[in-house]
Design a protein around this ligand. Sequence first.
Ligand SMILES: Nc1ncnc2c1ncn2[C@@H]1O[C@H](COP(=O)(O)OP(=O)(O)O)[C@@H](O)[C@H]1O
Ligand SMILES: [Mg+2]
Length: 481
Amino acid sequence: MLASDVVVIDADERRREQIKAVLEFIDSDAIHLYGCADWHAILEKHERVQAVLLGHCDNMDALLSVFKEIKSTAPRVPIILLGDSGEHDGYPDEVKRGILSHLDWPIKYRQLTSALQQAQIYRDSHGERVVEPQKRSPELFRNLVGNSRSIGKVRTLIQQVASTDANVLILGESGTGKEVVARNVHYYSTRRDKAFVPINCGAIPPDLLESELFGHEKGAFTGAISARRGRFELAEGGTLFLDEIGDMSLHMQVKLLRVLQERTFERVGSNTTISADVRIIAATHRNLEEAIKDGRFREDLFYRLNVFPIEMPPLRERGEDIPLLVNELITRLEHEKRGSTRLTPAAVMALTQFHWPGNVRELANLIERLVIMYPFGVVDVQDLPEKFRVDASNLPTTTIAVSEPSPTPPTDYSTAPRLPREGIDLKEHLSKLEYNLIKQALDDAGGVVAHAAQRLKLRRTTLVEKLRKYGLQRTDETTES
Ligand SMILES: Nc1ncnc2c1ncn2[C@@H]1O[C@H](COP(=O)(O)OP(=O)(O)O)[C@@H](O)[C@H]1O
Ligand SMILES: [Mg+2]
């Protein structure tokens, strides 16, 4: 059921009527007006309430008790405070902490619209139907999102190699998801119940790396006050992920090569040989072939590691994955209870045009920043930090070539976008166009899939299929049924 009712509580009847006028103007479904004493019955049906707009009561004590009662009867219903300008500081701390937002009186149409939108998002993500966070969290680490052909290829490679014991080498720029791939290989292997042990070979000082990897005996070196197991032992039966292998010193490369050849090692300061049943996955953002030429990487180690290479494409080459990634990254923050936000189709489209030198990690950082800047809000192109603010009207997807005015719009292809001189990726272009129109239809239909399908002259099942493809299916789950 959609939470669409708005409840207004204010001691002053004239103010109540004024608020109602604005609400009617923005098309709220059902508006309920109450004084500060007679509102209780409505919150018994609180699952229908999108938000409570709480205005003035006779005094601050009266307001505080109304606030507390709402919180105890309907803790999930967001409260929007309507106070006089500059009055915010005067509210009790409990109220300031417990409200979703604060609007100044007299109420402005734009601010109220965005506060209600925020309330709707809050309601959707804190509603009764939200999945338990614990149930999803292990999935989140290895969720390899993406619909591009290149990510599809990576998924196939993961499936092919997972069940073998072959060493895997994952190559790609920083932030492209190399660790995500490594965790997937482990997860789909027969070793999934044993440990996945990551180690960043570039971040650990060379003289400590040996004992990190192989462990040490008590007194093996200054500071070795007790014996310690290394990562190889911790990963026994499981998978060892050697991240940034390109940064490993030549000295350590020799030691590692020996373990890979003989499947045995010794702790530092020990003569006892320990055998290792460990699957090795290595990753680097460096070009190892060049490093070999420069004498910085051993060729024999390279061939040992490079039994099954997987290359992660940079994000700029798979813009069509960005809408899905944005959804995934927001969902993660929601499940970690760190807040939420929504992006307009234009904002998402602008992000698909950015060159992402930091790849998915940079996108994740941006989303985190937007959730802090616009908690439960709606982010449009102009709200994005400047460098991401590509003018969406100049994008090939939305450019309508200026031509003769046409009397028959829908089937007249003279208003179709012009083919840019440098050409376009037709498949990607059409996906973006499709995503954009579906998103608009859904937004216009208030998220009701059946209505959106009618607008698009699609069968409902076809639309559901497409929503799944674009990672939009959550809208379907939360608004219908
Ligand atoms: N395809 C993907 N789907 C979901 N999340 C991804 C994907 N690729 C990368 N990420 C996320 O981006 C961040 C960087 O990924 P990571 O695997 O650490 O990159 P790398 O090891 O290549 O530097 C992580 O938060 C990761 O969860
Ligand atoms: Mg990494």
